[in-house]
Design a protein around this ligand. Structure first.
Ligand SMILES: CC(C)(COP(=O)(O)OP(=O)(O)OC[C@H]1O[C@@H](n2cnc3c(N)ncnc32)[C@H](O)[C@@H]1OP(=O)(O)O)[C@@H](O)C(=O)NCCC(=O)NCCS
Length: 172
């Protein structure tokens, strides 16, 4: 792990980011979404894990909105990928922490994730339903849609459906 560097994605990383997504997910859907969002959404933030000159992990955060609210700055975590042979080494966790560190400094009010309830609570994520927030997609198990509230005061009195950018509507 000490040989792995974590930093914001740079243009030289793009091809290998796509490759990591392809190998981790076994399909091109996630890499396609990342490529589209990179062009359409300047607020999107990618971090990479780099070993030597090779990207071994990637995470994307994109802006989300809450229906009926003008709150800005919330982010959605998706997708995240680590090369299959590099999984279970803590790379994914460090990618999550890289994003969360940045968002705490940037006064981001909250981060959401739709993912495995056995993984994300270790970073402080809780079921979004505990805050009266719900997922835009039907059929999502309650415990799989999670939120990490970074600024409680901003979310006070706010409840509703949280929406990812439309680029995600092709499905993950
Ligand atoms: C999910 C993923 C990014 C985690 O990366 P990683 O570097 O292996 O993660 P870490 O080493 O930090 O953490 C490993 C932990 O994650 C858990 N984990 C990994 N994938 C998981 C999954 N799909 N569901 C639940 N838990 C999972 C492991 O069980 C392990 O838990 P433990 O620490 O309690 O043993 C990686 O497994 C991956 O690329 N998977 C394929 C793509 C994917 O499913 N991405 C997530 C959805 S966007």
């Amino acid at each position: 792990m000490s040989d792995i560097l974590f930093h914001r994605e740079i243009p030289e990383d793009l091809d290998t980011v796509r490759n990591v997504n392809m190998l981790a997910f076994g399909q091109s859907t996630e890499g396609d979404i990342v490529d589209v969002i990179r062009l359409s959404c300047p607020e999107a933030i990618s971090f990479v894990a780099v070993e030597g000159e090779c990207v071994v992990g990637h995470i994307l955060f994109t802006p989300v909105t809450i229906d009926g609210s003008s709150i800005a700055g919330g982010m959605g975590l998706a997708p995240m990928s680590v090369l299959p042979e590099k999984q279970q080494l803590g790379i994914g966790s460090n990618l999550v922490y890289a994003g969360l560190d940045q968002f705490r400094k940037a006064d981001c009010p909250f981060v959401i994730v739709l993912g495995h309830p056995g993984y994300y609570p270790r970073f402080g994520f809780k079921p979004a339903s505990q805050y009266g927030m719900s997922c835009q997609w039907t059929g999502v198990p309650d415990e799989a849609f999670m939120i990490l509230v970074l600024k409680e005061e901003v979310l006070k009195g706010i409840q509703g459906i949280i929406r990812y950018r439309t680029e995600f509507d092709v499905g993950l």
